[in-house]
Design a protein around this ligand. Structure first.
Ligand code: 9D3
Length: 251
């Protein structure tokens, strides 16, 4: 799979993809990441990428011409498997389902917003969708692009190596689609650290008991930290393997 990033800060991406899963995926040739400097598609002496907002107001807005020019040069003709995404605080929320959807594409072009925003004609007439990574204010789309590439790349077949990567849906191992239930707590040695022990069941060697404990601990932690996720698990669209969730949540 091929990722393109369009940004006015190409240097931002020197670090994030050199390490770990994404770094290895690039090294093995399973994904390609090309970072493009938006200023390459400007034609004036000052390489202007932004301008003042019509109607007045604070800040600057990214101009449409360089962005359209860049996209049309990166993909002169485009198949449905090549998707253009505008990253902005106004976008729909990126989630694990989106990550799976993108992992099945041939190419993803991520346009990083900056300043007060991007001329709306990019969202209306160039991008297939407008995405945000969460309800907080970033200073631009670059961190969002890195987040999305990381989340998508690890789902590309062969990247996280093992049979899981070839199926089109992944599960927590607890019967739920990945992303709908928090992982259970994990512990490693020492068995007692500063007086804090590890749940005894994990040291028992009883694998049926351990499985039960992990399931219950994951449900409890989800109820405590992310009750919104349990709301989604209760949704009929997801109840296939999880019909007993109400019963399981009772103490
Ligand atoms: C404080 C400025 N806001 C006006 C009240 C609007 C605004 C403009 C530009 C907010 C954020 C940004 C820059 N952010 C992004 O380009 C961005 C983003 C984000 O801020 N949060 C979550 N996901 C994303 S993806 C791109």
């Amino acid at each position: 799979m091929e990722f393109h990033v369009l940004t006015i800060f190409p240097d931002f991406f020197r670090g994030p993809f050199e390490h770990g899963v994404v770094g290895r995926a690039i090294a093995s040739g399973r994904i390609r990441v090309q970072v493009h400097d938006l200023r390459r598609w400007t034609s004036d002496r000052h390489r202007t990428v932004d301008d003042r907002p019509f109607g007045g107001g604070e800040g600057m807005v990214l101009k449409p011409e360089p962005i359209f020019q860049a996209a049309e040069e990166i993909w002169p003709e485009r198949s449905p498997a090549q998707r253009i995404v505008l990253l902005s605080a106004q976008g729909r929320l990126f989630d694990q389902a989106k990550a799976w959807e993108y992992s099945r594409l041939e190419g993803l072009l991520l346009i990083c917003g900056r300043y007060e925003g991007v001329d709306e004609r990019v969202a209306e007439h160039l991008a297939d969708e407008e995405l945000s990574i969460g309800d907080y204010v970033l200073s631009g789309g670059e961190l969002a692009a890195a987040v999305i590439i990381d989340a998508v790349a690890r789902l590309v077949p062969g990247v996280v190596g093992n049979e899981r990567s070839v199926v089109s849906e992944s599960f927590t191992g607890l019967g739920e689609p990945e992303g709908l239930l928090l992982d259970c707590p994990h512990y490693t040695r020492p068995a007692v650290f500063r007086g804090w022990g590890v749940p005894a069941v994990l040291l028992s060697g009883n694998h049926a008991e351990i499985r039960r404990w992990r399931r219950q601990a994951a449900l409890e932690k989800t109820a405590r930290l992310r009750p919104d996720l349990l709301g989604r698990l209760r949704n009929p669209a997801h109840t296939g393997a999880t019909a007993s969730i109400e019963k399981e949540l009772r103490p």
